[in-house]
Each structure stands twice: as structure tokens, then as C-alpha cells.
Ligand binder design. Sequence first.
Ligand SMILES: *[C@@H]1O[C@H](CO)[C@@H](O)[C@H](O)[C@H]1NC(C)=O
Ligand SMILES: *[C@@H]1O[C@H](CO)[C@@H](O)[C@H](O)[C@H]1NC(C)=O
Length: 453
Amino acid sequence: MAFTKSLIALLPLFNLFLQSSAIAIVADSICPIPYIVPRAFSYFSDPTDEFLDEDDLPITVKLASPSAGHPQWISSMLLRTRPNIWTLEPYCMRSLEARQDICVYTSTWFAQGRGISFVAIPSEGPLVATAPVLKNQMTHQFDTWVNPENDQRIERVPIPNKGLGTLSRHHFERGDAAQSFTPVLCIQDGVMQMKLGSYEQNTTLNRGAANLPPKSRTLMLELHGQFGGNPVYDKVNTNAFNAAIGSSQQAYWSVYPETARYNHDCRPNTMYSIDERDLLHNLRVGRKIIPGEEITLSYLAPNMMSEERKQRIHAQWGFSCSCPSCTAPKDVKELSDYRIGMIETLETELNDLSLDRNASISTAEMLISLHQQERLDGVVGDAYMYAAFEHAYIGDKRGTQMNAALACEHMAIWRGTNHQYYQAMQRLLVNPEAERSWQYFARVKRGEVLPLG
Ligand SMILES: *[C@@H]1O[C@H](CO)[C@@H](O)[C@H](O)[C@H]1NC(C)=O
Ligand SMILES: *[C@@H]1O[C@H](CO)[C@@H](O)[C@H](O)[C@H]1NC(C)=O
């Protein structure tokens, strides 16, 4: 859902593994499918790969041959990836409309059998497969609250005027992990943007969803779609978050179906981030939640003006925004919009690193104050980050550390501790003098450091 916003029983599986090794498994392959490559592509492949003549190709590969009057063929030598982490034969077809090859990659084993499908151009397969959490899918240990099925701490109940929602049955403290989810379907942005024919879109996207294990497929297909057209495309378009995957430089529209069970609040009591390392959509508690209270998240960037927010919510999800910041009297909304506009102006000033910049410590302090006035406590970490930098620029060690510490505290909840901003703030807290920002402008003037940008 956040995509357009800013630009997520082991033993039986092992048995399966043993049964299916009719064809010898290549050493670093963890799947029952070895690297069998069409003979025609043998020049491209690894010496350990097995080769098959066209007639011996597995049945799923043949499916991509001409059918239903739509000429298609296997488009690429990159059907398989190394390591071969896919538990179903990758399926590729050529879009005649878009003049592009599109593949569907699925691992039904990922995240203890929850499964994951990717729809992407063929060259993306090997890049996606480098994500450690996919590469090590059989050994990767997720935390207790990842994809929880019977989480007694929450319940799904009807909420007045909001349909179903998620209620807390537990005392959550600030910073607690609420729930985390792995994505089930990830579609490359380039594929979402392609002008595919209806048949091509149905064939690739529907297969991405259909390949999932039944439970995940149902979760995916139960999602609300807002725009019509191909149902899978529609649900992805309505509900996806933007995630980076492995060494791919592409954006992926990633669906974390359970996140749709949390209702929107403009000032929510949880914050989420997507961890690039393990693909997890992590929901963390931003302020104390007591039993009986609804657990909410923000579908939109929190610092959005009231009218824009209202329109975006209506266009994207089809409900009317009922947060106080959408329904407040006109003068209250105007003041709030003024503050939000001011936040943007101040951030632009603070981002200016030219020698004739106007920003100073008081600019950053005002930014913090505006966040507090707007109850943007979730994202105030960025304001503390700006303040830490301003103190560092003038070489004020304690001021730098104090603000860096506050930035870390807030960012741990919002952005997660793997985020580069969190890590930059931690370095600034521990050893400000070692950072590039330390006395930055004075050192640029003396020619000791090169100016940034
Ligand atoms: C694709 O799927 C849509 C919706 O399910 C359907 O209306 C349409 O006829 C399908 N297109 C083709 C070419 O099969
Ligand atoms: C600094 O402020 C002055 C006065 O408001 C303005 O004219 C000038 O353009 C600003 N400088 C920068 C770099 O924004």
C-alpha cells in the first residue's frame, strides 16, 4: 500500500527434498530441481549443469510454447538462477505487446512454507536470488513474531465505521515489536509499468499468485483491489509496499497481505519499515498501547497536507479519511498545513550544504518543535538527525551526541537499526570527531575536506 506513497513444520519439507532427487542435484542447489538447461543454451551455463534436449524439457517449461493462438516461447537462458532457490520451474514468456521477456520465480519453501513469488524480467532472477534471506531460505531463522498465525496479543474485530480492524489484547510498550511479515508476491516495477496484453498479464501475474502455497494465495487474493482490471495487478497496485531485493537495483511492488488488516491512522500508534536485508515488513510500537485499543499504522507519509491526504486515501483505497487531521475545523487544518509546509521548507534549508546556506541550529530546533506540535512523534527522528548534524558542523560535541542519541532512539522504532540513517547517527553519537560532518564548513573553507555533492 505504501508503494505510490514514497515513491513487504520444516521436517516434511526435508522429506520432499529426499524423495525428489531422481535427477542428481548440483552441489550448491538446495532445491529438487537441478540446473537443467536447454541444450541450445549450454554455451552459457556452468560446467556442472545438466543439459536436456528440447524434447526432454520438463512439462512446465513446455507450457510456454505456442498455445491459445498466442505465440510464446522460453525466452531466456536465465530460466534458472544460481543458487537455484526456486522450488517450481521458473516460467518465462515473451510479451509481444511490450517486446519484453517476463519470468515468474517461486519458492514455496520460503519462510517455513509461506512461499514467495517474483514476477520480473529474466535478468532480475539471478539478482533477486542473491538476497541472503532467499539464498539461505532453509536455514534462516525468523523471530517469533514473523508471519504469526495465532498471535494471542491481538484480535480481529469490527471497528465502528471502519470495517474490520486489529485490536490489542496486550500491553505494548514503545519500541516493542508488534508483528513482522515476509512478502508473498513481489513484482518488478518495470513489469508493473509495462504495457502488457491482457492475456500476457493474466498469464504471468496470475501464475505468480497461483504458484503460492494455498494459505498465502488466499491471503493475497482476499485483498481489496481498488482499480479493476486484472485482479492480481489490481491488488498489488492497491496494497504493495516498495522493497529493495538482493542486489537488484529495481524497485519491487511487494505485497505483505496481513498489513492490510491494520487500519489507517494519520497519527498511528505503530510505525513500520522494510528491512532490506531480510525483506521483513516490521511493525514497531511507537507509543504505549493498552488492551482494547486499536492498533493502527499510517498508509501514507505522515507529513502530508490534509487535502492531499484525503484525496490520496480516497483514490488509492476508496475510504474517507476520518482522522482528526482530516476532519478538524478549517482553521485547525490550515494551521496544521502551515506547519507541514514549514517542515518541508526547513528541511530544504537544512539539506543545503553550500557555503552561503541559511540553516543553523535554530532551524533544526524549529523543525523538531514543528514535529512535536504536529504530533509527528513517529518521524521526529529525522529532525533530531538534522539537529545532530547542525551541532556537528559547528563542532559542539555534546549537542551533537544528545541529538544523535535522540535520533537513534526514534529511528530504531521507525526506520529500524539496519537503516543507514540509524547507523550514521550511531557513529555520530559514539565518535563525532571522526565523522565527515564534524566542523564540516570550517574544514571545507580551509580546504581540508572536499565539499559534498
Ligand atoms: C484476463 O483476465 C480478465 C479478468 O480476470 C478477463 O476479464 C480477461 O478476459 C482475461 N483476458 C484474456 C485475454 O484471457
Ligand atoms: C538566505 O536567506 C536570504 C534572505 O531570506 C535569501 O535571500 C537567500 O537566498 C537565502 N540563501 C540561500 C542559500 O537559500
